[in-house]
Design a protein around this ligand. Structure first.
Ligand code: PLP
Length: 410
């Protein structure tokens, strides 16, 4: 009798129907399958510094050990006083206007706060301007929250800066906010003040919130200065995100923050929503909060990596030089973070599906990159390389890519 009874099956929520998060998607699954079979895969796909020998400053780990036994309980929902005090000072140095202690929220990485900030804001049909290419969590969280991510183009011909005309053209009466990622993942672009001022002007004219993801704000090379867009917009409501995952090589500790600034009066109801969702998750990981003060106030070891002679700087030179040798590949020099987003001559290789390209490269050369589509880039002509591995590995990877492209036609 039991056999005739239909078996109940369980499907995922329809909320996930349009959610795309390919940085850990099907190509990565294939790589994991290959590894499980014993194949060595050269992975240039995830921006996680620790496995590549980037060490957390000793004082940070020491500080966590020392404080661990005091971190057994929940903290206040926004975070420990010491962490928020340090973030407050950090925001003052960066010129963020009108920030009080209650405007700072710690999170289990910036990731949690991106999700929270979109969930608290969006109703079905609300639109948010998101860059293309983007760090895909932004698009995914807008979609999951019931909103629509409308992509504005970042222009490769102009150093991958946002195309302000395209941004303007995409605004409708449902647009609530603009997201910028500065410094940018996947392009490595750092936006100059003039570009930021134009974005502020667009937001001002159309009364939009600005969300600025600045997790790479301390990983800027070539002596460039990073400006927080919120510092240029005291009359607007801005939310600025950063954290310690990249600057302190502790992506696994899970600590990030968001800072509300500017004109908070216009967003008081939204802020109530943020507080409600923040309360519902009780608090973020307390041991990781406990190191924020030491991390932000102590030795900024990342500075040693991003100057000539430093590993990230030198590895950028290596990957650029290696890509220069490959016919049909071009790129804009990245100025920050540890990503490069090269262009492939799709006509030359007859490429029309970039995910297939990534899969073919993986299967043939055991090399894992992320295709441009994973970053909501619509043409099949880009891919991202993470240049955290050492020079020898980067040269090996570029060699494999060169061999692959010497015969590849889709
Ligand atoms: N924002 C950007 C632009 C990122 O590249 C990443 C991680 O790669 C994150 C946010 C998430 O960082 P976290 O470790 O703080 O969650």
């Amino acid at each position: 009798e039991q056999d005739t009874q239909p078996t109940r099956t369980f499907s995922k929520s329809h909320k996930l129907d349009d959610v795309l998060y390919d940085v850990r998607g099907p190509v990565v699954e294939e790589a994991l399958r290959m590894e499980a079979e014993g194949t060595d895969v050269l992975k240039l796909n995830i921006g996680n510094p620790a496995p590549f020998g980037f060490k957390t400053p000793d004082e940070v780990v020491y500080d966590m050990r020392r404080q661990l036994t005091d971190c057994e309980g929940y903290s206040p929902t926004r975070g420990l006083f010491s962490a928020r005090k340090a973030i407050m000072q950090y925001s003052q140095i960066r010129g963020l206007p009108n920030v009080g202690m209650d405007d700072i929220y710690t999170g289990n990485g910036v990731s949690e706060l991106i999700n929270l900030s979109m969930s608290a804001l969006l109703d079905s049909g609300d639109e948010v301007l998101v860059p293309s290419p983007d760090y895909p969590l932004w698009t995914a969280c807008v979609t999951l929250a019931g909103g629509t991510a409308v992509h504005y183009t970042c222009d490769e011909q102009s150093e991958w800066y946002p195309d302000i005309d395209d941004m303007r053209a995409k605004i409708t009466d449902r647009t609530k906010a603009i997201v910028i990622i500065n410094p940018n993942n996947p392009t490595g672009a750092v936006y100059p003040r003039e570009i930021l001022e134009q974005i502020v002007q667009v937001a001002r004219e159309h009364q939009l919130i600005i969300f600025s993801d600045e997790i790479y704000d301390r990983l800027v090379m070539d002596g460039l200065h990073h400006t927080s867009i919120a510092s240029l917009a005291p009359d607007l409501f801005c939310v600025t995100f950063s954290g310690l995952s990249k600057s302190h090589m502790i992506a696994g500790f899970r600590i990030g923050w968001m800072i509300l600034s500017g004109n908070k009066r216009i967003a008081s109801d939204y802020i109530e929503g943020l507080n409600m969702l923040s309360n519902m998750r009780l608090c973020s990981n307390v041991p990781a909060q406990s190191v924020v003060q030491t991390a932000l106030g102590g030795h900024q070891s990342v500075n040693d990596y991003i100057i000539p002679g430093g590993r990230i700087y030198e590895q950028r030179e290596t990957i650029m030089h290696a890509l220069d040798q490959i016919d049909g590949i071009s790129y804009v020099k990245p100025k920050a973070a540890f990503y490069i987003f090269p262009k492939i001559d799709v006509k030359k290789f007859n490429i029309h599906n970039d995910e297939q390209f990534a899969l073919d490269l993986l299967r043939e050369q055991k090399l894992l990159i992320v295709h441009g589509g994973g970053f909501n880039w619509k043409q099949p002509d880009h891919f991202r390389i993470v240049y955290l591995p050492r020079n020898s590995v980067l040269n090996e990877a570029a060699g494999r890519l060169q061999i692959f492209l010497s015969h590849y036609r889709q």
